[in-house]
Design a protein around this ligand. Structure first.
Ligand code: B1M
Length: 209
């Protein structure tokens, strides 16, 4: 089995230590970060489909996600921009009540690679925390991710609170995540929406330049 197939297998099995070693080894062998990323995303797709069909359950998905994020941490520095390409500042987080962070981490990685300074607030971020972060960091863009139909509503609450606090006008609100659509983005007053991490970074770049 080649190294990429092994990474896929062990991500699916949630074997973080093996995934860490194999990711480092894959880079040493000359695999690109894009090849490794593709492998990781495919492995999560496989797990996601099994989850949907009740062939695996939350604990298995959770450990697979941990293994995914460990590998992502290893490859992320490879897409760091050099400082001269700095194009703007983004505050990013997964919305309140939502613990899904893989998509958010990918968006962050691609945005960093495009030249943004990204302040990652983490998961389960309430409207109040987004507002505090906007006051503190003065970003160009507030990026919110949601994976649950039950949590996407808090994006609307965050935009509302930013408006109430007089902070909405100077920032671009960017939203995304599996249940989000362009229609939903329009309805809640977000400025941009994208379906995937690569286009998220490209759109964000267009907005600030
Ligand atoms: Co959850 N989960 N989960 N889960 N989980 C989903 C989302 C689900 C679709 C599974 C299913 O098929 N039933 C379902 C949601 C149903 C719904 O709301 N319609 C679901 C559920 C129900 C739940 C729980 C309620 C399960 C339970 O407890 N019974 C629970 C909720 C916990 C909570 O958040 N409060 C739960 C828990 C979990 C785990 C903790 C086990 C784990 C998350 C671990 C982690 O993230 N660290 C997990 C996972 C991994 C999944 C699936 C399997 C995979 C999600 C993922 O990471 N995909 C997911 C099923 C699926 O999607 N097939 C599922 C890979 C990732 C690359 O894609 O995040 O979509 P994604 O990101 C994409 C785009 O959406 C976009 O870019 C990325 C690709 O480039 N994108 C953005 C994302 N954010 C963006 C932001 C942007 C722009 C683009 O701009 C700002």
């Amino acid at each position: 089995m080649d190294t990429l197939n092994e990474i896929s297998k062990y991500v699916q099995e949630g074997q973080s230590i093996k995934v860490r070693k194999l990711t480092i080894s894959a880079l040493e062998k000359g695999y690109t970060y894009q090849q490794i990323l593709e492998t990781l995303i495919t492995a999560m797709d496989i797990i996601g489909n099994k989850f949907k069909k009740n062939k695996v359950y939350v604990p298995e998905v959770l450990i697979a996600s941990r293994a995914f994020n460990i590998a992502l941490d290893i490859i992320s520095p490879l897409v760091d921009p050099n400082m001269s390409t700095y194009i703007g500042k983004v505050v990013i987080g997964t919305v309140e009540g939502d613990l899904h962070d893989i998509g958010k981490n990918l968006v962050k990685m691609m945005m960093v690679g495009t030249g943004f300074e990204v302040i990652d607030l983490g998961v389960d971020i309430s409207p109040k925390k987004f507002v505090e972060a906007v006051r503190k960091y003065k970003p160009d863009i507030v990026a919110m991710s949601a994976l649950l139909t039950t949590t996407m509503i808090t994006m609307k609450n965050t935009i509302k609170l930013l408006e109430e606090e007089g902070l909405r006008d100077n920032i671009t609100i960017f939203i995304g995540g599996a249940p989000i659509t362009s229609n939903y983005a329009r309805t809640i007053g977000a400025d941009i929406y994208s379906t995937d991490a690569a286009s998220a970074a490209e759109l964000a770049k267009e907005i600030v330049s």
